[in-house]
Design a binder for this molecule. Structure first.
Ligand code: DQQ
Length: 585
């Protein structure tokens, strides 16, 4: 019997059961209608057990970009793009939540909604800056025309600075403060950054296009009073990538220490800068590490090919991100939005869409070539019951189950050791620069020399459903630095029986020296989220998956090895994760 025939039989049995139970209030005109509905919304997608448990989320509706994260009088503030009317993008306001620890959240009333001529058709993304007297100011993009998305920039101030929750925001009558002029494309002109200050003047960036739309550009604006702004003629930086949304620009310590720097920290030999852009065409966040010349108001990536080589914060589902400096713990924290990967009809049926990744501490790798990222330490307070495996060898083609705890909502840390790299497979030169294609061609089920090895998460007992997070090691390419090449992938192609999902294989190379055979992996598993950190945060991949079987208590966790060489799990600890306070949901 073919798949269609099985599907039909399932529908008929379902209909009979519904009629027998007399439980349905819906009168179906005919079987076709029921079939269409079953196909449109497979039952598991609306299962509340697929809603994230500890990732940031409002009780319902659509969310996208993180906006203006800040710390004020003992509270972390988080704003985000939110549709109060439904689970699709539209009617956007700035929702507002507060927290003591970036993990437990309390929802407040929206902070910024369309209310003035210069934002009446949209209150889009923006950032906060802390003024020298401690007052936070928000600058955000307003849409001021109904027909075209004509974009201007507005500011808003707290009504009452003594309120640590900053519940009310006031838009001064002199808005907008920045309008597109001098040939700037007004429909691609948005998302102001946090401002930095030097020599008595503020500077900030606004994302846009140049070269007739072919180039992304970060335009610099300067001001003495945060009210009158003038554009610097040449952008801070530009590259042939199409529109840059949500730019971010900040200093990092060049000494490889974790401590973050305040956005205005002076440029100098001990400071590097990071420029991040969200590429509208690809919907991924790319960054370079480089040098900021404050006098010339220019930024130069250290790697001349950096704009093409394309480092990403996350090689999965992670967009429109934004950092802020946390003065309480002297660290820089990264927020990023992860969209769903189901259909819009699914989102409407679920009544919610979008989460935020767990906030990550970011700092410069000692090599100076890339950032490192690690989930903020506060998330560990959610860890509960745990299980540990030690010194367990996984033979080729074998797997190990982690038992004794539920793993649908879990945190897993694992250290692998490969006794020998001698059998590593050669790297196809045609794919040597394309991790995603390489992983697509050599996915989790494809036997390799060293690897694939890693975790199967959100797996069903029979493992027909599973999301693989894994490494694969390749022999160093001729003419390279001689280091084996490590690929990290998340392969969700078997993550669900639901055929209507977007299941992209995500992958990135890991710039690590694996010659001692050791590599670590951490995965934050959260019902429909798999957020993974390879080699201590060198390569990160967030995936959205919606199991049909591996839901709630039925979700299993395994370590697997599909390579020809033995792999040792030196240590694996998995913790159940508690649910924090999440905006009243
Ligand atoms: N989302 C906002 C824009 C931004 C885009 C609108 C990025 O300001 O460019 O919701 O996701």
């Amino acid at each position: 019997m073919g798949r269609d025939a099985w599907a039909w039989l399932g529908v008929v049995v379902l209909l009979l059961l519904v009629q027998l139970a007399g439980a349905s209030h819906v009168v179906y005109e005919n079987l076709l209608e029921l079939k269409a509905e079953a196909e449109a919304v497979p039952p598991s997608i609306v299962d509340p057990q697929l809603r994230a448990g500890y990732h940031f989320q409002p009780p319902k509706n659509w969310i996208n970009d993180p906006n203006a994260p800040l710390y004020y009088k003992g509270w972390y503030h988080f704003f985000y793009q939110y549709n109060p009317k439904g689970a699709v993008w539209g009617n956007i306001v700035w929702a507002h939540s507060v927290s003591r620890d970036l993990i437990n959240w309390m929802a407040l009333e929206p902070a910024i909604e369309p209310s003035i001529p210069s934002d009446q058709y949209g209150c889009w993304s923006g950032s906060a800056t802390i003024l020298p007297d401690g007052t936070p100011v928000i600058m955000y993009t307003g849409v001021n025309r109904p027909d075209v998305n004509y974009q201007v920039q507005n500011v808003a101030y707290p009504r009452n600075r003594s309120d640590p929750l900053l519940r009310e925001w006031v838009k001064p009558g002199y808005n907008p403060v920045i309008v597109p002029e001098g040939g700037i494309n007004a429909t691609q002109f948005r998302d102001p950054t946090t401002a930095w200050r030097a020599g008595g003047r503020w500077r900030l960036l606004i994302g846009g296009v140049a070269g007739g739309g072919t180039r992304g550009a970060a335009y610099v604006y300067r001001s003495r009073d945060f009210r009158r702004w003038a554009r610097v003629r040449r952008p801070l930086h530009s590259a042939p990538t199409g529109m840059w949304e949500c730019p971010d620009f900040y200093p990092v310590g060049a000494d490889g220490r974790r401590a973050g720097l305040e956005t205005s920290a002076l440029a100098g030999p001990r400071v590097k800068h990071v420029l991040k852009n969200s590429l509208d065409l690809r919907r991924y966040d790319y960054y370079t590490v480089g040098t900021y010349d404050r006098r010339a108001e220019r930024y130069v990536p250290d790697d001349p090919a950096g704009d093409e080589r394309r480092l990403r914060y996350d090689y999965g589902n992670f967009y429109a991100s934004k950092t802020f400096y946390d003065p309480a713990k002297r660290r820089r924290i990264l927020w990023g939005w992860a969209n769903e990967s189901d259909t819009t009809a699914d989102d409407v049926a679920k009544g919610w869409a979008g989460i935020q990744a767990i906030p990550r501490t970011v700092w410069l790798d000692p090599s100076g070539k890339q950032l490192l990222q690690w989930p903020i330490e506060e998330v560990e307070a959610l860890r509960g019951k745990s299980a540990t495996l030690k010194d367990r060898v996984i033979k080729p083609g074998q797997h190990l189950e982690v038992t004794g705890l539920q793993t649908a909502q879990a945190d897993v840390e694992v250290s692998f050791e490969v006794p020998s790299l001698a059998g590593a497979e050669p790297l196809d030169p045609a794919l040597a620069n394309d991790a995603e294609r390489l992983c697509g061609a050599r996915g989790a089920p494809v036997e390799g020399g060293v690897g694939p090895f890693g975790l199967w998460v959100l797996a069903s007992a029979d493992r027909q459903e599973r999301t693989a997070v894994f490494f694969r090691v390749f022999r160093a390419a001729a003419g390279s630095d001689g280091k084996p090449v490590v690929l990290m992938c998340t392969d969700p192609t078997k993550s669900s029986l639901n055929p209507n999902l977007y299941k992209p294989t995500f992958a990135g190379f890991v710039d690590t020296d694996i010659s001692n055979g050791k590599i670590s992996l951490r995965s934050l598993i959260d019902r429909s989220v798999v957020e993974s950190f390879g080699a201590g945060g060198k390569t990160c991949i967030l995936s959205r998956v919606y199991p049909s079987l591996a839901i709630g208590k039925n979700a299993r966790l395994y370590a697997f090895n599909n390579g020809k060489a033995d792999v040792k799990v030196s240590r694996l600890t998995a913790w159940e994760m508690r649910k924090p306070l999440m905006n009243g949901a």
